[in-house]
Design a protein around this ligand. Sequence first.
Ligand code: SF4
Ligand code: SF4
Length: 412
Amino acid sequence: MDTRLADFIRDTRAGKEAEEILRSCVHCGFCTATCPTYQLLGDELDGPRGRIYLIKQVLEGKPVSEKTRLHLDRCLSCRSCETTCPSGVKYSRLLDIGRQVVEEKLPRRAGAALTRTLLRQVLPRPAIFRPLVKLGQALHPLLPTALADRLPPPGSFTARPWPVQARQLRRMLLLAGCVQPALAPNINAATARVFDKLGISLFEEAKAGCCGAVRFHLNDQAAARDDMRRNIDAWWPHVEAGIEAIVVTASGCGVQVRDYGYALIDDAVYAKKASKISELCRDPAEIIAAERVKMLDFLAAVRVERGKLAFHSPCTLQHGLKIRGIIEEFLDSAGYQLSPVAEAHLCCGSAGTYAILQPELSGRLRENKLAALSAAAPRMIVTANIGCLMHLQAGSVLPVRHWIELMDEILA
Ligand code: SF4
Ligand code: SF4
């Protein structure tokens, strides 16, 4: 695509990168067919090709309007378009650059700005978020259904015990995260128990916190980079001591940590460390896949027919981390019958804070996703990301679980 960037950005690193991405797009439109928002709205500007065009205009110095922002805000950052694109266009990088410029050139109205500030301040802070969730549970019958449905069911705060720490020779860090320990602490405990069986001890570093994804996707990229630096400082002594990996059980956070090297590329102090952290970042599926023979032996020993389930692969897992088929193999080997799921590449509508900021589109995407997941009458839905888990659970009577919890229960 022929491009002439405006002076304000042309010679910056972001400008050069954006120009290269814009030039790599040949405008073929293949990506449009697999874009969830284009499928719902049928507007070219609500598909990747249209959004690329809008960002090009902004970077070329054309006026930024509320309409520009509307179409960029409606993007889920699901990266389905990247998986489809035959030219390897790095759409999500371009979107981050475009959103940042739009945010700077056109400040949001007071109400919208306040909502975003609250989300940025509350979600990444467990000390505030956890008591709010508990309060919400206590007041459950009094809350509006839309809010009550988003709260975890009573009892979800109970985690099975962690194995004895540091008893294995192999040791890996585990990201505790921000929202997940408040909503579903059993996920990390279950991961630690499964890894212990594989000869790996996991431990959390208390000084680490939110991975930065919440603030990054709310366009507070500077604060997100502070989150990343804090985590790097917290983890670095363990990296120097030779830690094997940093395991992240929410694929949404995993994608962000995998991106630390890129996000801090211009930081003279942190760039190298950030790149090392990205190298060490692993989804649990990747670690278990490296121990595949051992895991399949364990599962074969306890295999029984366990009934039908539907696996929802989060966008961050399949399009972001590009992990496909691994979890499905372990579930199948444990004796579950995996239901076929139509349009499995499409987002469920959770997408970080999208469910809160774009409730109408998010609700329609969830409805479609739940219809696809439930079509073969499974007895539960299984996924790999806390955001998708909570979002789908709020709209379904079927239990929605993290796959690692099933592995833990089966191997117990
Ligand atoms: S598929 Fe790729 S090259 Fe084609 S329009 Fe979409 S982003 Fe551009
Ligand atoms: S990231 Fe997802 S929602 Fe956004 S343009 Fe690409 S496919 Fe569409």
